[in-house]
Design a binder for this molecule. Structure first.
Ligand SMILES: Nc1nc2c(ncn2[C@@H]2O[C@H](COP(=O)(O)OP(=O)(O)OP(=O)(O)O)[C@@H](O)[C@H]2O)c(=O)[nH]1
Ligand SMILES: [Mg+2]
Length: 329
């Protein structure tokens, strides 16, 4: 197992960024958790909180803040790696936040979170924050709240923000939209074809790590990935690590920083990542509104009535969507 004791001791010794957050106020974990809950509920309170976060970010966010999406097959070791990376980052005095997108659809709050993210919650450590976010049947599977929650966390001045998404597919592709960097976690096992190649995840990852390097097959999996990627124009680096034995973790963190810095330098301005999160939030909010209008039309019977009229030839199909949702633009 990795040596958590050393990391804790080091974190106690070096905590330069534990003081006031970027707002100049002391960080209050409970207030942030409540703000994220409000954002999950939506409505005007959510809008006000997001607007306030954006104002604080505009007033003075650090360019070194990173939002890292962590994706990969179930059980690959995403949570274990995030916990190990967090210990190393804390030991270096960085403030770390973890948002775990929870597929169990119910809002779980904190109860099961410590278990799910495989990390002690340490409520007394102001440099560590974690929260799960329910997906709540969102069409794109990534929580409607992820982008907004990330903005709230950024506004509290966290240096390193991990967003863990579960499974493969939609959620993981959605994370590419709002993260500064996508880290794909692979396991050593799997057949001839690496899991991620099938799921089309390789395209959205800037960095790949084969976890569980303490187990046989990890080297081979890394080789397979590297050769599979060798034809790609900008092949992401493939690293090896063991969260369980705390091997390769500092190197992985350094690679995350390097890849994020390279990406930031690539765009016209450093806050490009944040602009993506604002755009992702707008898309999520628009989707939520669309979903609620459709639900309303369904439960009021308007949808059924419209369908019946069209089916009976009593009205044309043309214009039906406008009737359902209000006029388009
Ligand atoms: N041998 C070994 N086992 C590991 C390592 N990292 C994680 N595991 C184990 O792999 C299992 C899954 O680890 P998690 O960190 O929960 O994986 P995950 O990708 O977050 O899983 P989901 O959130 O359920 O998708 C657990 O039993 C871990 O103890 C590692 O480096 N080596
Ligand atoms: Mg996990």
């Amino acid at each position: 197992m990795h040596d958590g004791a050393d990391a804790v001791a080091a974190a106690d010794a070096v905590t330069p960024s534990d003081g006031p957050s970027s707002s100049g106020e002391r960080f209050d974990a409970r207030r942030l958790a409540q703000a994220i809950s409000a954002v999950e509920r939506g409505g005007s309170e959510a809008d006000a909180l997001i607007a306030a976060a954006l104002a604080r970010l505009a007033a003075g966010a650090s360019a070194s803040q990173r939002v890292v999406g962590v994706t990969g097959a179930p059980g690959a070791g995403k949570s274990s790696l995030i916990a190990a990376l967090s210990d190393v980052a804390r030991a270096a005095g960085r403030r770390v936040a973890i948002l775990a997108v929870d597929p169990s659809s119910a809002i779980t709050g904190g109860a099961l979170l410590g278990d799910r993210v495989r990390i002690d919650e340490r409520p007394d450590d102001p440099g560590r924050f974690m929260r799960s976010i329910a997906t709540r049947g969102s069409g794109r599977a990534l929580s409607h709240t992820a982008a907004a929650a990330s903005l709230l966390v950024e506004a509290e001045g966290f240096d390193l923000i991990f967003i863990e998404t579960v499974g493969a597919g939609q959620a993981d592709l959605g994370i590419a939209r709002l993260a500064d960097l996508v880290l794909l976690v692979e396991g050593p096992e799997g057949g001839d074809e690496v899991q991620a190649m099938k799921a089309g995840l390789l395209e959205s990852a800037q960095l790949i790590v084969v976890n569980k390097s303490d187990r046989p097959g990890a080297d081979r999996a890394a080789e397979r990935l590297r050769s599979g990627l060798s034809l790609a124009a900008a092949a992401p680096p493939v690293l090896l690590a063991s969260a369980a034995e705390s091997r390769g973790i500092a190197e992985l963190l350094a690679a995350i920083d390097a890849a994020a810095a390279a990406r930031a330098a690539d765009t016209s301005a450093p806050p490009a990542g944040r602009l993506r999160r604002v755009a992702a939030h707008l898309v999520a909010a628009a989707e939520a509104r669309l979903a609620s209008r459709l639900e309303g039309a369904e439960s009021s019977g308007a949808l059924a009535a419209l369908a019946a009229a069209i089916a009976a030839g009593e009205r044309p199909l043309e214009g039906a969507i406008d009737d359902l949702l209000g006029p388009g633009r």
